[in-house]
Design a protein around this ligand. Structure first.
Ligand code: SF4
Length: 266
C-alpha cells in the first residue's frame, strides 16, 4: 500500500499552477532552506503543533497532530470534489510540500489516478532528488513548478544544507521529459537578489529555454516564522529586510530581456 504522509490539502488555490487547483502538501523535505515558509513540510513524520485561539478576550491553546498517512484513493476523494472547478477554470491538482518527490510511490500512483480521471496535474519540486525519480515523475505530470534558488553550489549548500548538483542535473533533463516548466525563483535579500546571481540563473534557464513557459519571481517576506515556534522548532535567522521593489524590477528585466515571460509573485 503506497500511503502518503500529507500535511494539508488546500482547495481553491490560484497560485500553484493554472486555473483553480487543489494543492496536496506532502511532508518531508531533503533541504532546509533558511527562508522556508512551510516548516510543517520539513520533517518526514507527524508532528504536534500548538494552536492558539482567542475567544472573548481569552487566549487558549490546544495541540494538534500535523501529518496524516493517506492512501492515493483517499486523497482522490478530496480531489474529485472539485472536479467541476477544475473543468470550468482549466485547473487541476498540484503536489507540493515539503518535497513531493520524497514519496515517489505514493506520488506516482496518485498522478496515475488523476490522469485516469482526466485531471491536470502539476508538481512543485525543489529538484533535489535522484534523476531517475525526477524524470519518471516529470513524464507523468502535466506541469513542473521547478524551484531554482541559486546557480552557486556553495551558496546553495550554505542556505539549504546541500549543494545544487542534483537540482542542476534535473533541470538539464527537463527538455527530454517533454513537460513544460515554470521556474520559481525566490529572491532572498543578501543571498541571491543581486543582478549577477539572477543573470547566472537566467543563463541556466537559457539552456532549457524551450521547456520554460514562465519564470515566477517570488519575493521573500517574514510570514510563517511563528509556525516554527508552534511546532517546537527553532526558526532560522531573519534576513535583514524583505525583498525590495528595486530588486524585483531588476530581476524582471534580466529575465524578460532574455525573452522569458515573467510573473511577479507565485
Ligand atoms: S525546498 Fe521548499 S519546502 Fe524544502 S526547505 Fe526549501 S523552501 Fe522549504
Amino acid at each position: 500500500m503506497n500511503r502518503g504522509l500529507i500535511f494539508d490539502i488546500r482547495r481553491y488555490s490560484v497560485h500553484d499552477g493554472p486555473g483553480i487547483r487543489t494543492t496536496v502538501f506532502l511532508k518531508g523535505c531533503p533541504l532546509s532552506c533558511a527562508w522556508c515558509h512551510n516548516p510543517e513540510g520539513l520533517v518526514d513524520r507527524p508532528q504536534t503543533i500548538r494552536r492558539e485561539r482567542t475567544l472573548n478576550g481569552r487566549t487558549s491553546y490546544h495541540d494538534e497532530i500535523v501529518g496524516k498517512y493517506l492512501l492515493p484513493g483517499e486523497v482522490m476523494e478530496s480531489i474529485l470534489r472539485d472536479r467541476i472547478f477544475f473543468e470550468e477554470s482549466g485547473g487541476g491538482v498540484t503536489f507540493s510540500g515539503g518535497e513531493p518527490l520524497m514519496q515517489p510511490d505514493f506520488l506516482l500512483e496518485t498522478l496515475s489516478l488523476c490522469r485516469d480521471e482526466g485531471i491536470h496535474t502539476a508538481l512543485d519540486t525543489s529538484g533535489h532528488v535522484v534523476n531517475s525519480v525526477f524524470t519518471e515523475a516529470a513524464r507523468n505530470t502535466g506541469l513542473l513548478l521547478f524551484d531554482i534558488k541559486t546557480a552557486d553550489t556553495g551558496i546553495h549548500r550554505q542556505y539549504t544544507g546541500h549543494g545544487n548538483e542534483l537540482v542542476l542535473g534535473n533541470l538539464a533533463s527537463v527538455a527530454g521529459t517533454g513537460t513544460p516548466v515554470i521556474a520559481r525563483i525566490p529572491l532572498i535579500p543578501g543571498v541571491n537578489d543581486d543582478n549577477s546571481s539572477m543573470e547566472a540563473i537566467r543563463d541556466l534557464l537559457k539552456e532549457v529555454k524551450a521547456a520554460v513557459i514562465r519564470v515566477d519571481l517570488l519575493p521573500w517576506h517574514r510570514l510563517g516564522r511563528n509556525k516554527y515556534v508552534s511546532l517546537g522548532m527553532r526558526p532560522p535567522p531573519l534576513f535583514e529586510q524583505e525583498t525590495g521593489s528595486e530588486q524585483m524590477k531588476a530581476a524582471t528585466e534580466i529575465f524578460t530581456g532574455a525573452g522569458f515571460r515573467v510573473k511577479k509573485g507565485g
